[in-house]
Structure formats: C-alpha cells, structure tokens
Design a protein around this ligand. Structure first.
Ligand SMILES: [Zn+2]
Length: 163
C-alpha cells in the first residue's frame, strides 16, 4: 500500500476510534479524535521508513517493531496510540496488497493472505475503506466486550496503553 492509502486509513481509523472510545458525539469525541489522529498517522507512516533504511517489508514490518511501540507507553509513558498506527499499517499491507510481510524478521519468510488488492488497482481506495471499517468493528468489539470477560487488572493495564 502507498503512503496516501496509509494516511487515509490512519485518519479515518482515528475518527472512528474517537466515536468508539467516546460515542457521545460531543466535545469529548472530538477531543479524542484530535488526541489520536496525529500519533496514529505517524505510526502508520513509520514502517515504510524501511524503504530507505533496511529492507522493505522486512526491517520495520514485523512483530518486534510493533512490540517496541507497545512497550513505550508502559515503560516511558510516551508514544501512546502510535502502536495503533503501526498495527493498522501491517493490516493494510497484509490485506491491501499481494505481497506479504516478514512478520517474524530477521526470519526472512514473508507472510501473506490468499487475497488482497494490488497497490496500483482502481479498487485500492475502496479496499482501504473496507479494511478500515473492518478494523473499527474489531476495535469496537474489543472496547465494549473485553471488559466483560477479562479480569479487572488486565483491563486497567490495557487502558493504560490505549488511553
Ligand atoms: Zn508498508
């Protein structure tokens, strides 16, 4: 997926997340959208830095990198929400293009799914929209149902990372 696809995905996902986290549609919703849009968009741009440094779809497209971004809010108390951008970048690359990702890099194998739209396709934007919607449904299910099934300390720990 190209940069414009990743930015479109990140911005729409952030707007949706604003409504998932603060559904009232009032000031708190727009405050949440403002709070998450920039970190999520920056995270969504980050993995493709490996087009210049390292090897594309390998060096910065793996679970270790995602783990580092997940650790920052816990260890240092900063970079909240950036991991969401990194994760959505991987999802969009996996579902929105034919080539796979070396998710277990430095193990070289690139993992892919048996479907996907080529980055240059006319349907790339439609695919991006569909994938964003799919991610928002998952986010809503996690936000609304996880607290019902998980122990309180786990929910509070997750809330620290998610905000
Ligand atoms: Zn990428």
């Amino acid at each position: 997926m190209n940069k414009d696809g990743h930015v479109l995905n990140a911005v729409l996902l952030s707007i949706g997340l604003g409504y998932v986290l603060e559904p009232a549609g009032d000031f708190t919703t727009f405050q949440t959208i403002a709070e998450v849009t920039i970190p999520v968009t920056l995270g969504a741009l980050f993995p493709d830095v490996d087009t210049a440094f390292g090897r594309h779809r390998k060096t910065l497209h793996n679970l270790g990198v995602l783990g580092i971004f997940l650790a920052y809010p816990i260890v240092f108390g900063n970079l909240r929400f950036v991991w969401i951008g990194v994760l959505t970048h991987y999802v969009l690359d996996l579902l929105g293009s034919k080539r796979g990702l070396a998710l277990l890099y430095p193990y070289e194998k690139e993992y892919s799914v048996p479907f996907g739209v080529s980055t240059s396709s006319n349907y790339a934007n439609a695919a991006t929209l569909a994938i964003t919607l799919f991610e928002l449904v998952i986010a809503a299910v996690v936000v609304y149902y996880a607290p019902l099934y998980l122990p309180q300390p786990v929910v509070e720990g997750a809330a620290t990372v998610l905000g």
